[in-house]
Design a protein around this ligand. Sequence first.
Ligand SMILES: CSC[C@H]1O[C@H](OP(=O)(O)O)[C@H](O)[C@@H]1O
Length: 337
Amino acid sequence: MARTVDWDGDAIAAIDQRALPAEYRIRRLATVDAVVAAIGDLTIRGAPALGAAGALGVALAARRHPRDPGRVRAEAERVAAVRPTAVNLRRGVERALARLDDGADAVLAEACAVLDEDEATNRRLSARTADLLTELCGDRPLRLLTHCNSGALATVAWGTGLGAVRELAERGRVAEVLACETRPLLQGARLTVWELREMGVAHRLCVDAAGPSAIARGLVDAVVVGADRIAANGDAANKIGTYAHACAAIRHGVPVVVVAPESTVDHATPTGADITIEERAADEVRTIAGTPTAPAGTPVYNPAFDVTPAELLSAVVTERSTFRDGAWTVAAAPALR
Ligand SMILES: CSC[C@H]1O[C@H](OP(=O)(O)O)[C@H](O)[C@@H]1O
């Protein structure tokens, strides 16, 4: 699989995640308008992937308007504002924009650095999470519940929550993954299942409401999810439905681990109550694959995310820190070999 988001020398090359699993196709995005549209319609989705797309969107603007920094900043703001919850999007934009005074080539180089750093970061946080799950659940094949998609498709490569599943599978420590379909846009059914088949990991698909029930019936050893923004106190915003799994998990003594890069931790946001939750279009709920499921005009409540309070989480794991029992601890630097 190619990188989820990449630079082809003149434009952004992105896997079109709306087309999966039926079709694997790359969309070429050569303008800021195209990037804004692709983020809005979830051609590109997932916090780290959004960060990469945001940085590359600024690079496109800087190449298009090399002598108009004001225009570049305005275009950058258009990109950053498309989706408010995933902190990585604005961070990727700001990181690229910080090089604007050095010229368009420097902006592009910074954006490409965002991409180049991602896979190594995700492999590190995946290994740290696999170690923690082994500590929490025992050194045995585990039955894991996932929600939405936090795999390679949500990042530039490898993945976060599903990256940890991949790491455990390579260690021979995954018995089965129960993948929640994730209404309304079905990232679980369409994307996580597709990635699990690519990995050769045993899995079953279930409706979202079956997640808490599976936990209650003792079918799940741990819940492993990604995140879009993690507040300073460890509260985590993730796909709508995550909170319900966590409520069931704490009642039944099942660990819930949030896996995300440091770039998703927002220490400037004190608690989950301070996180803006994106509301999406009503028709996403009133239809399935374009077929109406409710009468036209039915009023809809469609938050794209919910917040799981830190007290319901066993841990938040990044590539270099862990939030557990109310505190962040930084991992010791890996021993020099
Ligand atoms: C590794 S970030 C994945 C995160 O992003 C998803 O949201 P969306 O598909 O709307 O971009 C979901 O919350 C995943 O957990």
